[in-house]
Design a protein around this ligand. Structure first.
Ligand code: SDX
Length: 430
């Protein structure tokens, strides 16, 4: 298919016909690759709101319908029937594993969970109150100093080892960052525990006593991790792709994704939501804060609300809100004030034209912190939880890009608005 566009600087210019690319689902795209060469013009799209940076088979989002598919499977189905590790296999390999494939994959992940002891020493170099996301960024980037043996990025086996190591080690790194922040000894992984049980034990066990993982907590984390695993070309994944396109060490590329995720407009929103709810305090203050969120002069935004792509409910938020009820009931927190406040805030906002007209709905970050807090996870560890879960998405997109023989270094252009050529002026003449 193609479309004809009128690109006329003056009368005798002729219309330009540009091909249109269609995927298996979703919005078609005008292929502008030839535009600069043939027409001497760039396209202009700050923040890439309408730009396809690549084609991908991994994840599909229908923002209008509020649909999210991982390799064609809905996140609702996967959250109900699958496990995070099985979803990792699916995202990396494109198909759900059979029993043998799942066991082989689980075994590979299990046996990559430990950290090199020289790397463990790095944690002690961080200030005791460093934000865990700063530690995650630094430690993950440092993995590239330990793993340069298996980073022939054109070698599929090396790419697979990298993805296994990253998925396996992120919980160990996050738990160690938490232990550093509370001044407790780091607890290593145990191979007889499942993925999220291992994480909870590494975070909350202490040498002084036995620690029994609560299966309800492990399951809740597993569901949250499934829901956070991938989200097509979001800011952090696009950052990993951009960094990876230079051919850099894959661990260094993942560390750029962690840095991008930390921002409050992105994965840092889950931490910001809890801080916002604490600031609002109680339901009587909700109308005041909804008005603040509408006031452009105020700069306050409802954290956990709105989304660049979803103009309907974020399907993940809907699942998480339902799970909140289950988890809070299990811990006898049915009257959790923060959850009640969050639901009141959602109710008031969604009755307000400002939010309805702009299609601002709760996103994945709005309710997730309620569950994390019920599990005893401190607020500054909420975004590290997101980073653990999203590691597979970053790794899957990096691998997909590396396997593409047509991969090129990403290099956007600009509209230049600065000075034209001018001569140097000596300081005593300025
Ligand atoms: C994630 O991209 C992904 O897929 C991300 C993610 C993933 O899984 O990777 O889904 C995870 O990052 C979820 C988003 C978490 N961030 C937040 O919850 C922070 C609060 N939300 C916003 O800052 C905002 O909604 C964004 C950043 C999420 C989206 O911003 P956009 O698409 O750039 O929208 P915008 O800033 O252009 O806003 C459009 C309008 C503006 O008003 P007008 O100029 O039209 O009058 O909506 C308003 C905004 O002022 N608006 C909000 C608002 N979000 C948008 N007003 C109040 N509160 C908000 N939260």
């Amino acid at each position: 298919m193609s479309k004809t566009f009128e690109l006329k600087n003056n009368q005798d210019d002729k219309a330009v016909e540009l091909p249109v690319i269609e995927g298996s689902r979703g919005t078609p795209a005008v292929d502008v690759r030839g535009l600069a060469g043939k027409q001497g013009v760039f396209t202009y799209d700050p923040a890439f709101t309408a730009t396809c940076s690549c084609d991908s088979d991994i994840t599909f989002i229908d923002g209008e319908q509020g649909q999210l598919l991982y390799r064609g499977y809905s996140v609702q189905d996967l959250a109900e029937h699958s496990s995070y590790l099985e979803v990792c296999y699916l995202l990396l390999n494109g198909e759900l594993p059979d029993k043998d494939q799942m066991e082989t994959f689980r075994d590979a992940i299990t046996h990559h969970t430990m950290l090199n002891q020289s790397l463990v020493k790095f944690f002690d170099g961080f200030h005791y109150d460093a934000h865990p996301m700063a530690i995650l960024t630094g430690i993950t980037g440092s993995l590239s100093a330990f793993y340069h043996d298996a980073t022939d990025i054109r070698n599929p086996e090396h790419r697979e080892i990298f993805t296994h190591r990253m998925i396996a080690k992120m919980p160990t790194i996050a738990a160690a960052a938490f232990k550093h922040s509370v001044g407790q000894p780091k607890i290593g992984p145990k191979n007889d525990l499942d993925y999220t049980s291992n994480l909870l034990r590494m975070m909350f066990a202490v040498p002084a006593e036995d620690y029994e993982v609560d299966p309800v907590a492990a399951k809740a984390l597993d569901v949250l991790f499934i829901l956070h695993a991938d989200h097509e070309q979001n800011a952090s994944t696009s950052t990993v792709r951009m960094a990876g396109s230079t051919g850099t060490n894959p661990y260094a590329a993942i560390s750029t994704g962690i840095a991008a995720l930390w921002g409050p407009a992105h994965g840092g929103a889950n931490e910001a939501v809890l801080n916002m709810l604490a600031e609002i305090g109680d339901a009587s203050q909700v109308p005041k804060y909804v008005e603040k969120a509408k006031d452009k002069e105020d700069g306050f935004r409802l954290m956990g609300f709105g989304h660049r792509v979803y103009k309907n409910f974020d399907p993940r938020a809907t699942v998480i809100r339902g799970y909140c009820h289950q988890v809070l009931e299990h811990y006898g927190m049915q009257n959790n004030k923060l959850f009640e406040l969050a639901m009141e805030l959602e109710r008031v906002a969604l009755e307000d034209d400002y939010f309805v007209e702009r299609k601002l709905y709760p996103n994945v970050d709005f309710y997730s912190g309620i569950i994390y807090q019920a599990l005893g996870i401190p607020i500054n560890m909420f975004t590290p939880m997101f980073a653990i879960a999203r590691t597979v998405g970053w790794a899957a997109h990096w691998s997909e890009m590396m396997a593409d023989p047509g991969m090129r270094i990403a290099r956007p252009r600009q509209i230049y608005t600065g000075y034209d050529l001018r001569g140097y002026v000596d300081i005593d003449k300025r």
